[in-house]
Design a protein around this ligand. Structure first.
Ligand code: ADP
Ligand code: ADP
Ligand code: MG
Length: 613
């Protein structure tokens, strides 16, 4: 067995791997960038090595620095986690060449599945059904447009090197093809350094179903059943569950057998996931499920599989990397109950899901109700440099309803501030009638998202309770003794005016501020008189850059009338395009943005003045 392990990652997955390694008596070594000097994964590891500046390309993505750190600390093996270098065949090879153990598949397997076009060809040859489409070399825009017409709209343009739901565009008609192709290629070049694309038939009523597979160095391959990751926003997973709703035994057997065939075709060793897309217009049917891609690593959503099988997948990875055979045979694996995971992000659904950065002054999650995989704790910083996922909240139940109710409760009990999270959005998604009924598809959030992204507001009762608690003690008890005289007083709730019903007499001097937590959201409540010190809070029409980035498009000019929600400009940051929109109807009073400009976090990009008659 491996005695010491370096984890070439950060955040929740680094902490997750350290936990199992520690339980197995393996010494752990963390690596960290400038921004992560005080991060949880650094504190939890036995040792930690600084590997450079905050941007990942200068630290977590520099293979030589990571191998040097392993050598310097005497670590025997390297676990890549997910993302970063986990699917980099060159790095896996360099690790082996340095005489270290790579906790993952052979470089040749990673390579075979690395590009989506080549992987699809390989799978088709192995008898695994693949999504119909064009996956050739010719990248001429006119030729690709012809291919799209032949496949038949709608089609999906995909970066062959893509991942994380990026570099993908659904196109509904020929008229939109050229623009979508250009934008997809631009994102692919920026994110993956490769602008090649493939074109696929867009599957209608699509469900994302994937199978966890595991191979060892003795030639055995097993599957650990399926996960359903159909609840997505812009092709990125939001909520995942296992097993898949509506999956019958015969379909499951056929699907999992295809996944094992796929893994064997690339001589697979370690943990991997075969992702399929299903046309669920008439339920799940084996002849309507096609191979999409293979992820040659541990998956973000692996905990739901762990919860229903009782297997610690990281332990299996470490045993297999040490040369052991798979701990269980296929016959010894079974599904027990239902598990559901929600990805908790530091982002603001009401503002186009912009990442929300800053200090986690308050960070409370109910660990007694289920499983929380996180890489942060109270006082930690959410920095603009990395993926803003701050925790995975995982619930288990005897059946789907129980798991769903438990996950809702867990999110309901979360309290995070002042960083915004998608908690209320997740609760709304979990309770959407179609999701409740298990009749989900990947378009659900796109269709009904508006009802889930509304800015959460505290109930009148919660506001009254909080405001009363801000009053001096004498007045609080006073209202209970006397008959409650109800009056209304102005307060500031996260910078905007609300009138709160209060009991008892007026003229009290309330405390300067208080937090209100309800249904997974947290607000700051202040007396109205303190508004001067509230600064340029939301509501004043200032459009600030939410993070450092580059302006790639400006859609308005000074003097333009704009309506609430209208797109003002596009910012490219954290490798993604973000739209900044008007907070209310008004006129563009100020504009400090031009296409191509680099901007700092909090830079004033524009100001909207409210419409006045
Ligand atoms: P998984 O398939 O493991 O659930 P995803 O498909 O969501 O993960 O994402 C694929 C990979 O892209 C993951 O390894 C994840 O680390 C990475 N990733 C996801 N979102 C982002 C992001 N916003 N920025 C950078 N990397 C990301
Ligand atoms: P990534 O590497 O970014 O994870 P995938 O190929 O796995 O890319 O696709 C990501 C998501 O895009 C899928 O989970 C699914 O929701 C959607 N998708 C992919 N291919 C298709 C398709 N042919 N038809 C409909 N939806 C698709
Ligand atoms: Mg995928």
């Amino acid at each position: 067995m491996i005695q010491s392990l370096l984890i070439a990652n950060r955040g929740e997955i680094a902490c997750r791997i350290i936990r199992t390694a520690r339980d197995m008596g393996i010494r752990t070594v963390a690596v960290y960038s400038d921004a992560d000097a005080k991060a949880l994964h650094v504190r939890e590891a036995d040792e930690a090595v600084h590997i450079g500046p905050s941007p990942a390309r200068e630290s977590y993505l520099v293979g030589e620095k990571i191998i040097a750190a392993a050598k310097a600390t005497g670590a025997e093996a390297i676990h890549p986690g997910y993302g970063f270098l986990s699917e980099n065949a060159g790095f896996a090879q360099a690790v082996a060449d340095a005489g270290l153990i790579w906790v993952g598949p052979k470089p040749s397997s990673i390579k075979a599945m690395g590009l989506k076009d080549a992987a699809k060809k390989l799978m088709a040859d192995a008898g695994v059904p693949v999504t119909p489409g064009y996956m050739g070399e010719n990248q001429d825009p006119a030729f690709l447009a012809e291919q799209a017409a032949q496949i038949g709209y709608p089609v999906l343009i995909k970066a062959v090197a893509g991942g994380g739901g990026k570099g993908m565009r659904k196109v509904d008609s020929a008229a939109d093809f050229a623009d979508a192709l250009a934008s997809c290629q631009r994102e692919a070049a920026a994110s993956f350094g490769n602008d090649h694309v493939l074109i696929e038939k867009y599957i209608l009523t699509p469900r994302h179903i994937e199978v966890q597979v595991f191979g060892d160095t003795h030639g055995n391959v097993v599957h650990l059943f399926e996960r359903d990751c159909s609840l997505q926003r812009r092709h990125q997973k939001v909520i995942e569950e296992a097993p898949a709703p509506g999956m019958d035994e015969a379909t499951r057997a056929e699907l999992c057998a295809a996944a094992v065939r796929a893994a064997k075709a690339v001589d697979y060793v370690g943990a991997g996931t075969i992702e399929f897309i299903a046309d669920a217009s008439e339920g799940l049917r084996a002849d309507r499920i096609w191979f999409m891609e293979m992820n040659t690593r541990l998956q973000v959503e692996h905990p739901v599989t762990e919860e229903i099988t009782g297997v610690d997948l990281v332990e299996w990875q470490l045993r297999i990397a040490s040369g052991e055979a798979l701990p269980l045979t296929q016959d010894q694996l079974a599904i027990n109950g239902w598990a559901m995971e929600a990805r908790l992000y530091a982002e603001d659904p009401a503002r186009g899901f912009l990442p929300s950065i800053g200090t986690l002054e308050l960070f409370q999650l109910p660990e007694q109700l289920g499983r929380i995989d996180t890489g942060v704790c109270e006082g930690a910083e959410v920095s603009p440099f990395y993926d803003p996922m701050i925790a995975k909240v995982i619930a288990w139940g005897e059946d789907r309803d129980e798991a769903r109710a438990m996950l809702t409760d867990m999110l309901d009990d979360s309290a995070i501030w002042p960083v915004k999270t998608n908690s209320a959005f997740l609760i709304a998604a979990l309770n959407h009638p179609d999701f409740v009924a298990g009749s989900l598809d990947t378009g659900l959030i796109g269709r009904d998202g508006d009802s889930m992204t509304a800015e959460p507001m505290p109930s009148e009762q919660a506001l009254t309770n909080a405001a009363m608690a801000m009053l001096p003690r004498s007045l609080q008890s006073g209202f209970r003794l006397n008959a409650p005289a109800v009056r209304s007083a102005p307060f500031l709730l996260d910078g905007r005016r609300v009138d709160v019903r209060l009991h008892g007499p007026g003229a009290a001097e309330p405390a300067p501020a208080m937090l209100v937590a309800e249904s997974g959201a947290v607000w700051q409540l202040m007396p109205w008189r303190a508004q001067g010190s509230a600064g340029g809070a939301a509501g004043d029409g200032a459009i600030l850059s939410p993070m450092p980035g580059k302006i790639i498009a400006v859609d308005v000019s000074v003097g333009d009338m704009v309506s609430k929600g209208q797109k003002l400009l596009t910012l490219e940051a954290m490798k993604m395009e973000h739209s900044l929109t008007a907070p209310f109807d008004g006129v563009v009073a100020e504009l400090n943005a031009s296409a191509g400009a680099q901007v700092q976090v909090e830079a004033l990009l524009a100001r909207i003045d409210a419409e006045t008659e």
